[in-house]
Design a protein around this ligand. Structure first.
Ligand SMILES: [Zn+2]
Ligand SMILES: [Zn+2]
Length: 329
């Protein structure tokens, strides 16, 4: 194989290949996510996390900054390739050198360490002395879109880029592990900025899967910058007391479309629900001394079959509501 350092042409060809990989990763993941949300907009409507729409020009700005990030990542990739050729990194080419077990373990370790690196570097760039220069562009998107994924200031792109080569100095990494790490990173990244809850709503209460961040986790970070700095896992925010107070309450904060209907319409639905639960409506039901309190989120929206009519959907979240009720003063 021709050496990367044999000629300027070889260097440029390598950089071009890395640049295409880095930008294609973003463009494919973000456009696929955006296309899925557009095609299945009806199905995802109830999972939209904010009532607010992205500002005019926001997506264009996000794509421009993301392409700049792709360029910075490609320079980082080229420098990593040169360092590897010079024998400075521990990137290895034969799986047999360390075995398949190490291959899987190194991927898990890489993801866990990246989450820790992201949490602490993210908290650092929120410091007032750094925020304006390093992180402001990303937070111009208060209502994130899949295109927000790589919308970084150049300095933030560098902070994010250097994790992989720094780790490659410390532990052996196979190119396949780096590829899978990058694929996982961009998928979680565009999901986290999709503005729609793509995970089960009660996942955050699960004893095992609750350690994973859902979409609401990072969406709350874009609304209120003082909480939820984690990326893949929720544990650092829990350990360090930076988890958003609303995260586990089962409320995503969106008024949804119910708030857009006039008060009389909303009151009529409340009246109907009260009527349905009144003694007259349940005359055949024997009286009981047991008091049950049931709470639910009710979504009122134009019917799918007939947009002129209104339909009500009940979004039950028993586990979350129980916790919410317990926290009420
Ligand atoms: Zn973000
Ligand atoms: Zn931030």
């Amino acid at each position: 194989m021709e050496s990367l350092l044999s000629s300027p042409d070889a260097l440029i060809a390598t950089w071009r290949m890395i640049f295409i990989h880095d930008t294609a990763r973003y463009l494919i993941a973000a456009s696929l996510m955006a296309a899925i949300l557009a095609v299945f907009s009806q199905q995802f409507a109830a999972r939209k996390l904010q009532d607010r729409q992205p500002k005019p020009g926001q997506i264009g700005r996000e794509i421009r900054y993301s392409l700049l990030t792709g360029f910075i990542f490609s320079i980082n990739g080229l420098l990593t390739a040169i360092a590897t050729e010079l024998g400075w990194t521990q990137i290895y080419s034969s799986v047999g050198d360390y075995g398949a077990g190490y291959l899987i373990l190194s991927l898990v370790v890489m993801v866990v360490l990246h989450d820790a690196y992201f949490y602490w570097s993210h908290r650092a760039i929120h410091h007032p002395a750094l925020f304006k220069w390093v992180h402001r562009t990303h937070h111009r998107s208060r209502t994130p879109t899949p295109w927000t994924a790589y919308a970084f200031d150049p300095a933030e792109a560098i902070v994010n880029a250097v994790f992989m080569p720094m780790l490659a100095l410390l532990m052996p990494l196979h190119p396949l592990v780096i590829f899978l790490f990058m694929a996982h990173m961009i998928i979680r990244n565009v999901m986290g900025h999709s503005g729609h809850e793509l995970f089960p709503r009660n996942m955050k209460h699960h004893p095992v899967f609750g350690a994973l961040t859902n979409v609401l986790h990072h969406d709350l970070h874009h609304r209120d910058m003082n909480h939820n700095y984690g990326l893949y896992f929720s544990w650092w925010d829990r350990w360090m007391g930076t988890e958003h107070p609303d995260y586990r309450k089962g409320r995503d904060g969106a008024k949804r479309r119910a708030g857009k209907f006039p008060l009389p319409v909303r009151m009529s639905f409340v009246s109907l629900l009260m009527l349905a639960g009144s003694p007259a409506a349940n005359a055949s039901t024997p009286p009981t001394t047991e008091v049950q309190t049931v709470t639910a989120n009710i979504e009122i929206a134009p019917c799918e079959a007939d947009r002129e009519r209104l339909c009500a959907s009940v979004l039950w979240e028993p586990a979350c509501e129980q916790e919410t009720a317990e926290r009420r003063p």
